[in-house]
Design a protein around this ligand. Sequence first.
Ligand SMILES: [Zn+2]
Length: 175
Amino acid sequence: MSSDQQIQSAVAAAAAARDHLAALIERQCPGPHGYVQHRDRQQPWCPRCGYGANGERVRTPAPEPPRERMTARYMMATTAYHRSGDLSRPADLALIYGEDGEWWIGEWVYGYGFVEVRFPKAATRPLTPAERERFNYRRIEGGPVSQILIRDDGLAGQLGADGRIVWPQPPDQRR
Ligand SMILES: [Zn+2]
């Protein structure tokens, strides 16, 4: 690879990392997320979550009552909309973490950059056992999760700091 090519590939990687950081920050925010310049001589930061665009938490906001957010689960989706446009694709894996009337809220597992994507419930379904087996334990790069961990009921597991799988608590044990 020539040094020109190396630089171009580093530019692309840096842009992808910035997109990923923006998606992570937006996802953790109780929302609506947006950067505001405060009179504190700091970079603009979001009044809801306290993060600046560079990933520094400028302020720790006052704790809010826990928002009723759905336990994350995997589903198969096709039709998908985002404020930036139509994100529909052939049947593919989606991570769902919210609900709004006729819509599931989540994001595509493969290909990142768009969070809070809206999937019509009518066009979205639970995984079959064969699909669960096909996707489970797959490692992926750059997505909302680094490894796909799917419990039998479709709920999403996470890798803990010690590398062990953390499964969500049943709803009555949360809070
Ligand atoms: Zn925010």
